[in-house]
Design a protein around this ligand. Structure first.
Ligand code: PRT
Ligand code: ZN
Length: 313
């Protein structure tokens, strides 16, 4: 698979005049839509090729390779792609695998992203008596993440039998293949549906942007810099709100403390009112009803909360 992708990526490069960044994205799965949404918010317009393997950036020198998420760390490590969007769970497992084989993983982890959140967790049938990691001694644990699990167990001085599966881990205890499982969890409903109880977290995960360890030519490096700045802007905006209110000058110290995640707010005079001012601020955290109620109690009036469209610091 990786060699097919190498050929596709190389063919693509010869068609281009100036160097173009290649970014690996999951072809079809949980990370696909949020990854494409992020790129679109960063201003990228993509046209998908006939084979659907490559998306060409129409307005930026950036093309997207659509692949299985498990292939993304290799493609970036081997410099077939300059960048990749992948779950930290997959990246960690691959890094540990490389280390175990005596290679040094050298991807550069550029950004933590605000999607793909989940945790790799240990879970057991409801009837299993769990009293800390030592309870796992000598047990059979089914997982698709043997390296991450091994590291967790080793750090706790536990020796267990790791049963490596390629999927459907949650049914392993019912089939008698394992006593416990170590699998990805987000809402927990899959565990509940299989009468499994979460015991401990092995790894907290989210999507990350990774870069090849090889140095990039200056044009590509400049586009990576611009892309990461845009990603920062998009991620800040998702939580940010622009807040406007009127307040008595005397209430300003309290109001400043109540505004969540703001630096210096703008204070403007109000025509015809000497004791009142207008306060405008970007809040880099969500503004909840409780915050508005507290601001009102502190003397604020005419409160307005607006979404932020774009932000560049
Ligand atoms: O085909 P390809 O290999 O590309 O896809 P895949 O099937 O390996 O991966 P996919 O699309 O399922 O997940 C891609 C990435 O999304 C993962 O590597 C994680 O980084 C992230 N992610 C976030 C999750 C989940 N949440 C998640 N809940 N990946 C998988 N799950 C599964 C989990 O394995 C379990 O079966 O969802 C089930 C549990 O979900 P809840 O909500 O019931 O707890
Ligand atoms: Zn996968």
């Amino acid at each position: 698979m990786v060699s097919t992708l190498k050929a596709a990526a190389a063919g693509d490069q010869t068609q281009q005049d100036s160097p173009r960044l290649k970014l690996a994205v999951q072809k079809s799965g949980r990370l696909t839509d949020p990854s494409l949404d992020l790129l679109s918010r960063c201003g990228l317009k993509l046209s998908r090729g006939k084979d659907q393997l490559i998306g060409y950036g129409e307005n930026l020198p950036l093309d997207v390779l659509f692949v299985r998420d498990d292939d993304i760390p290799d493609l970036v490590q081997e410099d077939v792609c300059d960048l990749g969007l992948v779950g930290l769970n997959v990246l960690t497992e691959k890094s540990l695998q490389l280390t175990a084989r005596g290679f040094a993983p050298s991807f550069r982890q550029l950004r933590d992203l605000d999607f793909g959140r989940c945790r790799l967790a240990l879970a057991a049938p409801d009837s299993f008596h769990y009293a800390g990691p030592s309870t796992l001694q000598g047990r059979r644990i089914a997982t698709t993440y043997p390296q991450a699990l091994q590291k967790y167990l080793r750090e706790r001085g536990v020796v267990a039998d790791i049963v490596t599966l390629s999927g459907a881990v949650e049914i392993a205890p019912r089939l008698g293949r394992a006593d416990l499982i170590c699998d990805l969890v987000s809402t927990g409903s899959t565990l509940a549906a299989n009468h499994l109880r979460e015991l401990d977290t092995v790894l907290e995960s989210h999507a990350v942007l990774i870069q090849t360890p090889k140095p990039l030519v200056p044009e590509k490096a400049e586009w990576v810099r611009r892309l990461t700045l845009r990603i920062d802007g998009v991620q800040q905006v998702r939580e940010s709100k622009y807040i406007m209110l009127h307040a008595p000058r005397s209430a300003l110290p309290t109001i400043r403390q109540l505004l969540p995640g703001t630096e210096a707010p703008t204070i403007l005079p109000l025509e015809g009112a000497t004791d009142k001012v207008a306060v405008h601020a970007v809040c880099r955290e969500n503004v909840f009803w409780e915050t508005l109620e507290n601001l009102k109690q502190a003397g604020a009036s005419a409160l307005l909360v607006l979404p932020v469209e774009k932000m560049l610091r």
